[in-house]
Design a protein. Structure first.
Length: 246
């Protein structure tokens, strides 16, 4: 089922969505993942989302072409004299869920296959659903809504794994010896607008998994945690935990 068949449109100027829309989407995700389409970086930029998470700002020419493409597909529209755009359909749903997010998990991987995503963005919601964005080497953003449990499981499957690494491992040496690494940054926005970030560096060396966090006594230094893949799961679950919807 297409999510646009279930939900109303969302506008790029409003960061909240109706409770009816939220309930409809949550119920739909409960039946299985809801794909919301694939979009170029320029298309994403043109509707004002994920701007701070884009690798590069698209050129003006690319943005203009993206606007024409979205308009031709009836995914965006404007009213005469109105400076805001209305984002419709599946893209509108993606925009609405992103705008209400206060938590973003940004995972960047090395050692991936050329035809598989190398970057994942997760935006967990209080209703225990997550907006997942997979980004491939061409910069195509694949949007979907999933249960938060399913989204986290999918992310863990793509991260480096292995047995417990030594607690005295050196970050630079581990990265140099690892064919598969990842940087997972969890950003949380407070009501004041302040952004808090936690960085987790992962490296697979042989059969061992190295997990590094910033040293509380020296934030410029990463310290080995000496934990395995199961403990990594618990760490990520703690980092993305948030109050549930009432």
């Amino acid at each position: 089922m297409n999510a646009a068949d279930t939900a109303a449109t969302a506008t790029a100027r409003e960061g909240d969505v109706s409770s009816e829309l939220i309930r409809a989407i949550v119920n739909l995700v409960g039946t299985g993942p809801v794909p919301l389409g694939a979009y170029t970086a320029a298309e994403i930029f043109s509707v004002g989302v994920l701007i701070e998470f884009l690798e590069h700002e698209p050129s003006q020419e690319a943005i203009s072409e993206a606007v024409r493409s979205l308009a031709a597909r009836d995914l965006i529209t404007t009213n005469p004299g109105d400076e805001y755009i209305e984002v419709r359909g599946d893209l509108g749903i993606a925009v609405a869920f992103q705008q209400r997010s206060r938590l973003v998990v940004d995972a960047r991987l090395t050692g991936t296959e050329p035809d598989t995503p190398w970057r994942f963005l997760h935006m967990p919601q209080p209703e225990k659903v997550t907006l997942e964005v997979r980004i491939d080497a061409l910069g195509i953003h694949f949007y979907s809504l999933r249960t938060t449990e399913d989204a986290l499981e999918r992310l863990l499957e793509r991260l480096p794994d292995g047995d417990r690494g030594p607690g005295d491992a050196d970050l630079d040496a581990a990265l140099a010896a690892s064919a598969k690494t990842a940087l997972v940054t969890v950003s949380r926005w407070r009501d004041s607008g302040d952004r808090e970030k936690t960085d987790v560096v992962l490296a697979r060396e042989g059969e061992h998994l190295h997990v590094f966090l910033r040293d509380p006594d020296n934030p410029d230094r990463f310290k080995a945690q000496g934990i395995d893949h199961d403990a990594l799961r618990r760490l990520l679950e703690r980092l993305v935990a948030q109050p549930t919807s009432s």
